[in-house]
Design a protein around this ligand. Structure first.
Ligand code: HEC
Length: 188
């Protein structure tokens, strides 16, 4: 009996070990994830700001609509990962969150209520896929398109957004709010 329990315990620890990160791996994937999220943010925001300067929200919004996914797809290829931005208050249905992503956003919201620091999360799922998650927070220059209508965001901008995204609920934010999540899945 004891032997059986022992064998079982060894087996369980073996199985669970193989689906867990070593500390070293955890650090490596955290660094990689951060680098990819930053590069994607930079690419998206540089392009966005160019469009904003050229033609304001009326030009920048259709640009986001058409170019956000080709830009993230190109970077996904470059880094051999799948890059996703998601939110618990969605604008585009293309970015809808998985159950795990919702759980993580809920836990970040909770940490914010407790005034605690939000740290990236790396983990392995049941299919052995490695994931990186990190919070996306609202900065001052996001408010033109994600702010409070009639305060930090004009009614005109809101109506342009609503004409493309009828179900948009990604407004009403203030600086520092949790806007959503970077979710990066590694192919290896
Ligand atoms: C010119 C308007 C504009 C500005 C400025 C802007 N966004 Fe957006 N945002 C959009 C549009 C349009 C979408 C939907 C298309 C897409 O996927 O990017 C979007 C989508 C997103 C998404 C994906 C989740 C979802 O709800 O679909 C996140 C996250 C996001 N924005 C964060 C930000 C942050 C953070 C900033 C500031 C650094 C910012 N945005 C600035 C227009 C804007």
């Amino acid at each position: 009996m004891f032997k059986k329990v022992l064998i079982l315990a060894v087996l369980i620890s073996f199985v669970s070990c193989s689906s867990e990160f070593s500390e070293k791996e955890k650090q490596e994937y955290t660094v990689k994830g951060k680098e990819i999220a930053q590069a994607t943010f930079k690419e998206l925001s540089t392009n966005l700001m160019t469009q904003m300067k050229a033609g304001g929200p009326a030009q920048a919004i259709p640009f986001c609509n058409q170019e956000a996914s080709p830009i993230t797809e190109a970077l996904s290829k470059k880094y051999n990962v799948e890059i996703k931005r998601t939110s618990n208050k969605l604008r585009s249905c293309d970015n809808d969150p998985s159950e795990r992503e919702i759980e993580i956003m809920d836990s970040y919201e909770q940490l914010m209520l407790e005034n605690k620091e939000l740290k990236p999360i790396v983990e392995i799922d049941e299919n052995q896929k490695k994931h990186f998650y990190a919070p996306i927070k609202i900065k001052a220059n996001c408010l033109v398109c994600h702010g409070k209508v009639n305060e930090t965001m004009t009614v005109e901008t809101d109506s342009i957004i609503k004409s493309i995204y009828q179900f948009d609920i990604a407004t009403g934010y203030t600086e520092g709010d949790l806007r959503g999540l970077w979710s990066i899945t590694f192919n290896k």
